[in-house]
Design a binder for this molecule. Sequence first.
Ligand code: SF4
Ligand code: SF4
Length: 446
Amino acid sequence: MTFKGGVHPADSKKLSSHCAIKPVPVPKQLSIMLSQHIGAICTPLVNKKDAVTAGQLIANADAFVSAPLHSPVNGIVKDIALCSHPVLGRAQAIIIESSAENQPKQPYPARFDSTFDIAPFSAEQIFNAVRNAGIVGMGGAGFPTSVKIKANPQAPIKDIIINACECEPYITCDYRMMIEWTYQILAGAALIGKTLNCGNIYIGIECNKPDAIEIFEKAIKAAPFAVGMKIAPLHTKYPQGGERQLIKAVLNKNVPTGGVPPMIGVLVSNVATAAAIAEAVAMNSPLTHRAVTVSGHGIKNPGNFYAPIGMAVGELIELAGGLKDNAVKVILGGPMMGFAVADLSTPLTKTSGAVTVFTENDIVKRKETACIRCGRCIAGCPININPTKIAHAVKNNMLDIAQQYYLSACIECGCCTYICPADIELTGYIKTGKILVARQKKLMPK
Ligand code: SF4
Ligand code: SF4
C-alpha cells in the first residue's frame, strides 16, 4: 500500500546515518524565537538582565493552541530583540547569554528501557506534562502536541501512527533516535495511546531502514508497555512521511482535502515528538533540546547532534567541522522542504531537524522556461492539486483564484518543483502565495 504521486530523490543519507547523536557544548548565546510553532505567539515572562536557569519557563501564551518556551541553559537575558527567523525573515527572540560555569549536566536521553511503566500516569497528568513542557510537532509541522492529544469524546482517535519515515533526503537524526532511543520513542507512543484511550498504535517505517525495523520489533516484544504495537513497513518514496500520505499507506484511509487526521479518527506523531513526550512525562523535562542532522556535501564532518533550541546554525556548522571551500548554500531543514538561510546567526527552533549544506555541484542551475503542459507536476503531487495553475495565479497576483485551486492544502513537499522539466519554482510560488494570503488575512506580520 502506498500513496498516489511522490518522487524518488537520491537520499544521500549515508553521509551521516552512521553518526551517533552527540551532545554539544553549551553555546555562549542562544536566541529563543517567540514564534516557533503554529498558534498564538508567546509573550516573554522575563526581562532584559534577568537571570534564568535551565528549564525555566521564559515565555508563554494563554491561548489553547500554543506552547510555552523554556531556557535551555543557566544564564542572563541579554535582550529581547529582532533576530533572523528561518521563515518570517526577522522576528522577536529572547536572547540568553549562558553562564560560563554552573551549567547543569547536558540533558541526553536514552534513559528508558523495556521496564518503563505507564501505569502511574493518568491521562490528565500526561496532557499537563506535555502542555507544560512546550512540546510541538518536531517533524516540521510545529503544531502544539497537547492540543493533538486532548481526548475529544465526540471524535475519538481510533488509530495512532508514529511517523518513523524520515523521507527527506540527507536527514538521519530520526533514524539515529530510532536505533539509539528506541524504548523512549515507544514509551512516548504508549503515553499518547493512554491519553487517547487508543491501543491501535503503528510505527510507520520506510523499508530503507531495515535495522530500525528489526530493533523496533525486538523492543516491542521485550517491553510490556508496548504490547500490541505494530510495525508498518512502507515503500521508500518521498513524501512518505507526510501525514496524509502516511495515513493512506498505513491505514488506506483518506484525510479529506482541507481536513485534518482527527476528522477520520487518526493521530500522527513524529518519533522525535514521541521521545519528547516520554521525557516530559517521566522526567518532568521541558523541550529545550532536540536532535539535529548537520549534513550535505558542503560540510566537512557531517553528523547528528543533540543541540539546544536557539543555537545558531553557524555554530552547529562549526561543530561539524565547518564549511568546505566549495559550499554555496545553507538550508535549515532538508533540500525538499527546508528554507535557505542567508544569515548563519539564524537559530534552531523546535521544528529544526537539520542543517543541510550544498556545494556548487549539488545546485542545479535552474533557469525557468515556459510551462510545456506536460502534467508531471500534477501526476507527482501527492495531494492531487494542480501546482501549475496555483503558481500561475500567484505569479499574476490572483490570490483568490490560487485559493480556489486549494493553495492552502499544499503541504509544501517540493515534489512539483523537483519533477518540473521547465525548472519552474512551483513550490516557491505556492509558499509565497500562502504568505501573501496570511498577510492579507492579518495572520502574519508584513
Ligand atoms: S503543489 Fe504542494 S503538495 Fe503538491 S507537489 Fe507541489 S509542493 Fe507538493
Ligand atoms: S511539470 Fe512544469 S512544465 Fe510540466 S505542467 Fe507542470 S509546470 Fe508545466
